[in-house]
Design a protein around this ligand. Structure first.
Ligand SMILES: Nc1ncnc2c1ncn2[C@@H]1O[C@H](COP(=O)(O)OP(=O)(O)OP(=O)(O)O)[C@@H](O)[C@H]1O
Ligand SMILES: [Mg+2]
Length: 301
């Protein structure tokens, strides 16, 4: 059975006015309900592609469809209801004096009743675990808090798809993991399609259904994390790296001849594979069966 495509961009080409060819023949599609990441080195075209997908930049080649409709035929209002964009820098997104005013802005613009506006403000702040920030001044918030509040402002429009440009950039390791878990929850519990550009390569195998690798404005490869990270040549070509745990085990396989099945991408998977190699009588304490951590694609099987 074919699934609905939330986003379908075909043959996208884009050149900036001063001559940089930022995108070339890009095909990019995301099914409704998927969690998809763009992974690429700096200057590869992630932000440009995101801007094309939300209609902020008009491609000189190709078409973009949102839920089957050509983006050129959608009004900005209809587009905003379907796709929410979270910019990399929250300062570019936040503009009101207080958190409540900022998050209420979009729903008020839709002409909703004040009761509905307040409900949406509460719900969206709660969903980004920022309810306690409601009455705070925007300019007093930390960077991580600003990120979550700017997401709440977008969620208050109840978009079916959320597109985020480097949502984890500038966050500390705990904030990075919290942001990825939050996006995972929005995806799993609310069914929101998530598309993000990111450099969080160590966390992606836990959350992403599929990964697009871009290089110099082209798609080098797309697929689930195990398919992406087993292609070492492509990873090198794209100037990317393996998740650290995968790099360690790959090195142990190559250099030390350790016979590990497959290439574990997460700590949970690596632990499972390494335990398989250790004779049972060498293990003092039996390993718990739960929490052996599979990649997202494996856990879906
Ligand atoms: N406004 C602009 N005018 C001219 N060239 C631009 C503009 N914005 C981006 N570019 C160029 O387009 C190419 C793609 O840039 P883009 O910002 O899309 O990359 P990116 O993958 O998002 O990079 P990063 O990881 O650094 O955010 C780069 O060569 C960049 O210099
Ligand atoms: Mg960018």
């Amino acid at each position: 059975m074919s699934r609905t495509l939330a986003v379908e961009a075909s043959g996208i080409g884009f050149t900036y006015q001063e001559g940089t060819r930022a995108l070339e023949s890009v095909d990019f599609w995301v099914e409704s309900g998927e969690f998809v990441a763009m992974l690429a080195s700096n200057g590869s075209g992630k932000t440009t592609l995101i801007k094309v997908l939300v209609g902020l930049l008009k491609p000189d080649q190709g078409t973009v469809k949102i839920y089957g409709q050509d983006i050129r035929r959608l009004s900005r209002r209809d587009l905003c209801r379907q796709v929410g964009l979270v910019l990399q820098n929250p300062v570019d997104q936040l503009f009101a004096a207080t958190v409540e005013e900022d998050v209420a802005y979009g729903p008020r613009n839709l002409g909703l009743s004040e009761a509905e506006v307040q409900l949406r403000v509460s719900e969206s702040l709660e969903s980004v675990t920022a309810a306690e920030l409601r009455c705070r001044a925007i300019h007093h918030l930390s960077f991580g808090e600003q990120k979550r509040v700017s997401m709440a402002g977008v969620l208050a429009m109840r978009p079916s798809t959320l597109i985020l440009d480097e949502p984890t950039a500038g966050l500390d390791p705990a904030g990075e993991a919290q942001m990825m878990r939050l996006l995972n929850r929005l995806n799993r519990e609310q069914g929101i399609t998530v598309i993000l550009a990111t450099h969080s390569v160590d966390l992606l195998p836990l959350f992403a259904d599929r990964i697009y690798v871009l290089q110099r404005g082209r798609v080098l490869k797309q697929g689930p994390a195990p398919e992406i990270f087993c292609d070492h040549e492509m990873i090198d070509q794209a100037c990317l790296r393996l998740p650290y745990i995968a790099a360690l085990l790959h090195k142990m396989k190559q250099t030390d001849g350790v016979r590990i099945n497959g290439l574990p991408l997460t700590i949970g998977e690596a632990r499972m594979r390494l335990l398989e190699l250790i004779p049972e009588d060498m293990i003092m304490k039996p390993a718990a069966e739960q929490d052996l951590g599979k990649t997202k694609s494996e856990s879906k099987e």
